[in-house]
Each structure stands twice: as C-alpha cells, then as structure tokens.
Design a protein around this ligand. Structure first.
Ligand SMILES: [Fe+2]
Length: 345
C-alpha cells in the first residue's frame, strides 16, 4: 500500500503489516466484526515489535562502542524490546490460545501458531545472550554481530507475526464475536498486568507510526483510557529510563522522528558523523535542512511542552480544589472577606 508520508524508517529487516487481508481470508465478514477488529489490533501490536527491532537494526551501526552511556542505553532499549516480544508470546500461549481453544471446543486450534513460536526460540535466545554479554561488558558492541543475530531471528519471526493475522480472522467461523473479544481482552489484561509500565509504556508509545493506516484506516493504537496518557509518559513515566528512549523511532505521540543515531534520508556515515552532536545541534541542523519556519516550530514545541504541561496540571488541580470547596459548601473568598469585615467594622 502506498503511503503519503515521505519520510520513514527503513522497514528492514522486518516489513510492517498494512492490511489484515480480511476481504481475502474472510470475505463475508463486515469490517466491524470483532474478528477483524482483533486481527487489526494484533497487526498493530506486531508492527510495534517490528519497529522496535528495525530501530535497533538501523541504529546499531551508529552507536559508538567506546561511548559507555550510549551503549548501555542502546542495550537497555534492546532488552526492553526483547522482553516485550517474550511477554507477548507467553501471554498468547498461557492465556489467549488456551481460551480460544476452550471457547471454540477445538483442542489444537492454535497449535500451528505455537509451533511457529518454537521456530524462533533459538535465534531469539542467541540475540538475548549477545545483548546480555554487551551489557555485562563480556562482549564489545559490534554492529555486524548484532545485526546478524537480528537477521537470524527475522525470517521465522516475521513469518509468524504475519501468519498469525489470518489465523485470527478464521476464528469467526468457530467463535461468537463476544467470545473472540473476551479472549482478546484477557490477553490484553494479562500483558498489561505482567509488565512494568515504566519499561513497556514508553517502548510501545515510542514505536508507533500514526501515519501508517491498516486496512486503509488510521486506527488509534494502543487503545488508551484517556488522551493525557502520551503526555504523562512523555514528561513523567519516560524519565526513569530516559536514555533508552533516545532510540525510539517515534515520538510518544506516534510521529516518526529523527534521533541522534538516525536521520531520514541520510547515509549511515553522515549519521555517524553527527552522532556526537548535542540534541539542540541535531534539532537545529534538521530544521535548517527543511526551512526556518520548521526550525522555529520545533524549537518552540521542544521548549514550551514541559511548562505548558505543568501549567495544565496546576490549573486542573486548581479546578479540582475549587470544585471540592464548592461540594463542601465552603465560603468563597468574597464571602470570607465579607464575614471578616462584618466582625471588624
Ligand atoms: Fe501475536
């Protein structure tokens, strides 16, 4: 599917999912059917995994192995990406697949998916071990070695994450819409309950691309309880592992972005030359490339976001206190002063 967004991260070695192909695999299903909805949400979850690993692959050649902080942060990002992938498949195997099989009365219904999980156990373990070795100092970061391990993982993992989507569409013939949604909700709740929000929240938000439609539609993902969540993650939650999130391919608001280690349309060599520049220098260079107007906007947004957010928070607090006082029927300031004056005069 052609995309209108001209600047994007390379889809290498993982190709993103842009369609569930429900018109091919389940042509009789309306697009509002819960099986289609679950297939789309799963495609977006899988794209999150793809973007995280593509970001590691793209930036591997630019992180300077002699810069201890950069290497440590990069390996932290890689560790969180691997943990997200691990947790996703554990929740599927422990909760989602058994529930689908029980609800449909079809033992073995999801066996093929589990077999595909086993097909990438070995390369995933090799990648995890290499990342651990670099973290502990037992191995020096080597771009070729890291990329080779991701490439070994890429074939079976990409195959599985693409294949799983039609297998979810086929559930429509065996389970009711409500049962499909109940099983998916159980998967979602289990994944949420078994992960650290300080690790997974920024990772998931920082690996979205809101410009990429699935089945021709821009779908909000992840589904958030309220719109303030990306701001909370941006200004509060992300602070604990702030260094790792420098490697996120997108902002926490789903916009693909340039990082200190990757620039749209630039060769790896030119990105490497810039990797030691400060954040302000990188922002300024990117802005000069695309015009002064864009420069002003980016600098303003960068500097105003935090004070505006704090002011919004203080204003909300003020409104809450006023409302609380009104609920308690406390006197207003004017009423209090009138009472004081009546006593004094
Ligand atoms: Fe999945």
């Amino acid at each position: 599917m052609a995309r209108s967004f001209p600047q994007r991260w390379p889809e290498r070695p993982f190709s993103l999912i842009t369609t569930t192909s429900h018109h091919v695999y389940a042509p009789s299903l309306p697009s509002t059917h819960h099986a289609v909805r679950v297939a789309r949400l799963m495609a977006l979850t899988h794209n999150t995994i793809f973007r995280a690993f593509n970001a590691i692959y793209a930036q591997a050649g630019v992180v300077d192995p002699s810069k201890t902080k950069d290497v440590a942060d990069f390996m932290t990002f890689a560790t969180f990406a691997i943990a997200f992938l691990d947790n996703h498949h554990q929740c599927e195997e422990n909760i989602f697949f058994p529930m689908l099989e029980a609800q449909s009365g079809t033992p073995g219904l999801m066996t093929h998916n589990v077999e595909q999980h086993r097909a990438f156990d070995v390369p995933l373990h090799a990648l995890r071990r290499y990342v651990d070795e670099v973290k502990s100092g037992a191995a020096r970061l080597d771009a070729a070695a890291l990329r080779a391990r991701i490439q070994d993982l890429a074939v079976p993992l990409e195959q599985h994450l693409h294949d799983e989507i039609p297998s979810l569409l086929e559930l429509s013939g065996k389970l009711s819409e409500e049962a499909i949604m109940t099983c998916y909700k159980a998967l979602h709740d289990e994944a949420e309950g078994t992960t650290d929000p300080f690790r997974i929240g920024p990772l998931v938000l920082g690996c979205q691309d809101s410009t990429l439609p699935v089945d021709g539609e821009k779908i909000q993902f992840p589904e958030l309880p309220f719109r303030l969540v990306p701001y909370l993650v941006d200004h509060i939650v992300s602070r604990r592992y702030a260094g790792a999130w420098r490697f996120c391919p997108s902002t926490f608001h789903g916009q693909p972005r340039e990082t200190a280690f990757f620039e749209f349309g630039k060769s790896e060599a030119s990105t490497r030359r810039k990797s030691s520049a400060s954040r302000d220098e990188i922002l300024m260079q990117a802005a000069l490339d695309s015009g002064i107007a864009r420069a002003k906007r980016r600098f303003l947004v960068d500097r105003l976001a935090t004070p505006v957010f704090v002011l919004m928070l203080l204003f909300s607090l003020y409104l809450a206190v006023v409302q609380y006082a009104a609920d308690l029927h406390l006197p207003t300031r004017e009423q209090a002063w009138a009472w004081v004056n009546s006593k004094l005069l």
